[in-house]
Design a protein around this ligand. Structure first.
Ligand SMILES: NC(=O)c1ccc[n+]([C@@H]2O[C@H](COP(=O)([O-])OP(=O)(O)OC[C@H]3O[C@@H](n4cnc5c(N)ncnc54)[C@H](OP(=O)(O)O)[C@@H]3O)[C@@H](O)[C@H]2O)c1
Length: 263
């Protein structure tokens, strides 16, 4: 077995499905573990992979740890002290803690985001300095199957959480406000929501080839409607609010990670 998934929930399930879809692994190279036998069988059936018992996890080449961080303490004894390597996507659990609890330095830490559910995650990757090149490469391929990958210093994971982890919530607030604005000027709720979604989708696609300032300048013609709206955004200090949101979210991630380290 090439990969045992411990915690095939929303995120573990998205990585599993993406990896098989992209051909990084075949379904018979992956297995799922759950302490409850019925749950294990149900997860295996849902993803079309093998159910793994304790022994199966021990024998797997690699283990993807995708349980909630608070479950890690109870999971660690089961998966520790194997010969193989680990990829963890638990928020706030550092490679140092992973290495200590798992008794292994072949540890890669990943932070995907909600985009994983639609194959559009922005994943940050960091590894223990002693992680093998093959393990780093495997993690890269695994997460490229569900979106983009950025290799960053682990000290920047909280900043990553502030922008990419929390970002979908900020963008959703903007989408909701745009829809409310549309309703306010007379559009039906459904039409306003569709328009807001489509505008954000198209903007994301356009940003693949041009910078945000350039895009804004293209839309904002002299004396036109867009620049009138941009002025309103500046009046309400929207840039400042967005920058502040990312800073506050980063600070919160830092605090939660520190609490986790102290636990
Ligand atoms: N969701 C995100 O956007 C996101 C982003 C970045 C990182 N993460 C990280 O991803 C991890 C999982 O989050 P999630 O949102 O995917 O949560 P989730 O959907 O609740 O998935 C956790 C899964 O672990 C299973 N589980 C619980 N205890 C277990 C055990 N002892 N052994 C094996 N499996 C066990 C759960 O099964 P039951 O349902 O039976 O309890 C559930 O299927 C977290 O550490 C989180 O920090 C999530």
């Amino acid at each position: 077995m090439k990969l045992a998934i411990v915690g095939a929930g929303k995120m573990g399930g998205a990585v599993l499905a993406g990896a098989v879809r992209a051909g990084v692994l075949t379904a018979d190279q992956v297995g799922v573990y759950h302490p409850d036998e019925d749950r294990r069988a149900a997860l295996a059936a849902r993803f079309g992979v093998a159910p793994l018992d304790d022994d199966g996890v021990h024998r797997a080449e690699r283990v993807l740890i995708a349980v909630k961080p608070q479950s890690f303490e109870s999971v660690a004894p089961l998966i520790a002290q194997r010969g193989g390597s680990y990829v963890s996507l638990m928020a706030g659990v550092t490679t140092g803690t992973l290495a200590k609890r798992l008794g292994s330095r072949t540890v890669v830490r990943a932070m995907p985001n909600l985009g994983a559910a639609v194959g559009a995650s922005a994943t940050a990757l960091a590894w223990h300095p002693e992680a093998a090149v093959a393990d780093r490469e495997f993690a890269r391929r695994l997460f490229l199957a569900i979106g983009t990958v950025h290799e960053v210093a682990e000290s920047l994971f909280d900043a990553y959480t502030g922008l990419a982890g929390s970002g979908p919530a900020f963008a959703a607030v903007v989408a909701e406000a745009m829809a409310d604005g549309g309703v306010r000027v007379g559009l039906s709720r459904q039409v306003a929501r569709d328009l807001a979604r489509q505008v954000l989708l198209a903007t994301g696609m356009l940003l693949e080839t041009k910078g945000p300032a350039e895009l804004k300048d293209e839309v904002a013609s002299p004396g036109g409607t867009a620049i009138a709206g941009v002025r309103a955004l500046e009046r309400h200090r929207v840039r400042f609010a967005v920058m502040d949101a990312i800073e506050d979210a980063t600070e919160r991630a830092r605090l939660l990670a520190r609490d986790g380290e102290e636990r």
